[in-house]
Design a protein around this ligand. Sequence first.
Ligand SMILES: [Zn+2]
Length: 226
Amino acid sequence: MSKQLEFWGGRGRVEVNRFVDTCPVCHFAGTFEEHAARHDEADKRLQIVYSCKRQECVSFFIATYRRDWMCRTTEYELTSLQPWAPEAPPIAEKVAAMSTRYAEILKQAAFAENLGLDEVAGGGYRKALEVLVKDFVLTRDDLDGEQRARIPKMFLGQCLKEEWIPDDMIRDFGERAAWLGNDEAHYEREWLGMDLGNLKELLQLTEAAINTHLRRHDYTSAMPKK
Ligand SMILES: [Zn+2]
């Protein structure tokens, strides 16, 4: 449903599909202060300079609205918010502490995806998976020096064997994420019905299973038996 957007301090007004309700820099919801606006009827474009009132942010940004060039509607559509900063994907605290590198690669892959770089984002998620799995295996306290040196060099598929990861839930999700991750890195896709969304979901499920495993270990160590 259209909304009335006022600008020039209330002197200008158009119908829009939506208001700006989230800062594109800090991603917090709020209301924003208007500093300047430019409305070009011929170009069917409205640009408004806002600032975020949040203390930690106080960034300026430009909202651009455009209207259908055929004038089939009177409504302006919000088409861009610039500058835009990538939002780090949520990550379980325990997992982030276990592998800061995984957290960083995941953030970069999400950044690439948000920029529309869908041909390379998948490769980033695939790398995030490998680092997640290997850093998890390296948390085992029963590994000898030779094993510790070998794990980083192993193929991901080998690391996902029962010998290294006895938890079958982690293996079930991790193996499937690895299969789809390979599709993102190669010329042809093997899993035709699956896409980047499935890879991301399987990566999240692998992360969640690892988090559950680590939390379980924390609680059973702290409270071994009654
Ligand atoms: Zn902000």
